[in-house]
Design a protein around this ligand. Structure first.
Ligand SMILES: Cc1cc2nc3c(=O)[nH]c(=O)nc-3n(C[C@H](O)[C@H](O)[C@H](O)COP(=O)(O)OP(=O)(O)OC[C@H]3O[C@@H](n4cnc5c(N)ncnc54)[C@H](O)[C@@H]3O)c2cc1C
Length: 417
């Protein structure tokens, strides 16, 4: 099997690059939850699973610095958060009652209600009479980062999925995995070298897919035709039409949602927390990248920042960070870097799921992979791995073998060791 990759390195959007000789930064902080069972399986196959650190605490901070911690307690799922949830300081009793009712509805409706892909998460929350603060500080705070989209642009199916699989399914599913190495080290050619039959060809852009007699006859990279039995096209959705115009795919419903990452380097530590979610402001998450001196801030669905000049983005980030971490006021900013990913992810909009193509195509020796193909997941590394596993299942099926690669999340209430 040969992989032709346009860039000099692997990882696609989930990669890192050197800013200068001293610093390597991730394209943007990438995190996973323990319910991302296929991604974790993929890391295990690549021998890099031990490079992910799982955190059991979520830190929620209000402007002014008041902090609440969410973590599992002694009770089994789905009651494992009961103790810490009751103690959250940024929600009133009425907010908590409304959220508890909402989570109960997630438990009963996820996977059962037929219209969840058609309505938005905002519609669903209104239907469940959620209080404005519960929506803003709880549902929105979790979901905009998890699905990379605003509540009124996000299919309710994905909102419920995050809470069902991540918060209710089992008591460890919510744990947040953060790579301890730059992303490029997770998806490196070295990691793949244990699979002798996989050949990686970097700097090889596929320019065209030749289709003759209803079959792919070859693909060309740098003008050279390459022949194979089977081809898997694993490029982002916006590249597909240019490479294979004959493919009868209607991708007109796909649009992008942007993500912005802001790196700040200070002359002294500004926090000792490993990460935190920041309430009521533009910045949604803070990740401590090094000793509290280098922090990365993330804004998902960051449409309001796309036109904003980088200097203003940095000023806004400093101003907001100061409201959560008072040490920022004394610290000197030594360096800042803003990464605006305008085409970060596909927008997981209501009605999109049925427009997402399967991994099989009308051409029997051409398969599709990529987070945007039909996986049931929003644009995530888990979705990307699922698409790859589904494509692999379809390929072996074509040759008469029935093999399953997908790892399903443990069902509701199950106990994980
Ligand atoms: C800023 C940002 C933050 C994110 N945060 C998270 C997160 O915290 N957690 C999470 O799970 N996900 C996150 N994601 C989403 C995640 O990065 C993607 O869902 C995932 O990487 C998609 O993988 P993919 O293989 O489908 O596509 P890609 O990663 O885009 O890979 C496609 C590959 O195809 C190559 N290619 C394109 N055209 C050609 C060609 N003609 N010939 C050869 N090669 C070609 C590209 O170079 C690329 O390597 C984030 C994404 C962004 C942009």
């Amino acid at each position: 099997m040969t992989v032709y990759e346009a860039r000099p390195f692997l990882g696609g959007r989930a990669t890192s690059y050197p800013l200068n000789d001293e610093v390597t930064i991730d394209n943007c902080q990438h995190i996973l939850l323990r319910c991302c069972t296929n991604l974790i399986d993929f890391y295990r196959r690549l021998g890099v699973a031990d490079r992910i650190h799982f955190y059991q605490e979520f830190y929620w901070i209000e402007p002014g610095g008041r902090m609440s911690v969410m973590k599992r307690g002694m009770l089994p799922a789905p009651l494992h958060f009961s103790g810490s949830f009751a103690a959250l300081r940024f929600l009133s009793l009425a907010d908590k009652m409304s959220i508890a009712g909402g989570l109960l509805a997630v438990k009963y409706e996820y996977g059962k209600r037929a219209d969840l892909d058609k309505i938005s998460m905002a519609d669903w929350l209104r239907e469940k009479n959620q209080t404005p603060r519960a929506i803003e500080r709880f549902w929105r705070q979790v979901l905009v980062s998890a699905v990379s989209e605003e509540l009124d642009r996000m299919a309710a199916a994905h909102g419920l999925q995050v809470f069902y699989l991540g918060f209710l399914a089992n008591s460890r599913a919510y744990e947040m995995g953060v790579p301890t190495v730059p992303l490029a080290d997770l998806y490196s050619s070295e990691a793949w070298s244990r699979y002798e039959y996989v050949k990686i060809e970097p700097r090889q852009t596929v320019q065209q897919i030749q289709i003759e007699g209803g079959q792919v006859s070859s693909v060309s990279t740098n003008g050279e035709p390459i022949k194979a039995d089977t081809y898997i096209l694993a490029v982002p959705f916006e590249r597909v039409k240019a490479l294979a115009p004959e493919l009868p795919l209607d991708l007109s419903s796909f649009t992008h949602s942007p993500i912005t990452g802001i790196h700040l380097w200070f002359d002294r530590p500004v926090t000792s927390l490993p990460h935190a979610t920041l309430l009521d402001r533009t910045i949604q998450w803070m990740y401590n990248k090094q000793d509290g001196k280098h922090v990365q801030l993330v804004v998902s669905a960051s449409r309001s920042l796309i036109e904003m000049p980088r200097g203003e983005v940095i000023e806004m980030a400093l101003r907001e960070l100061n409201e959560f971490f008072p040490a920022v006021a004394q610290a000197r900013l030594e360096r800042a870097h803003v990464v605006k990913e305008v085409r970060a992810v596909f927008s997981a909009a209501p009605g999109l799921e049925e427009q997402r193509p399967l991994q099989t195509t009308e051409i029997s020796n051409l398969f599709l992979a990529g987070d945007w193909t039909r996986t049931g997941w929003p644009a995530t590394m888990e979705g990307a791995v699922r698409s790859g596993y589904l494509a692999a299942e379809a390929v072996v099926k074509r040759f008469g073998s029935k093999q399953s690669f997908l790892v399903e999340t443990a069902p509701l209430g199950s106990r994980l060791s």
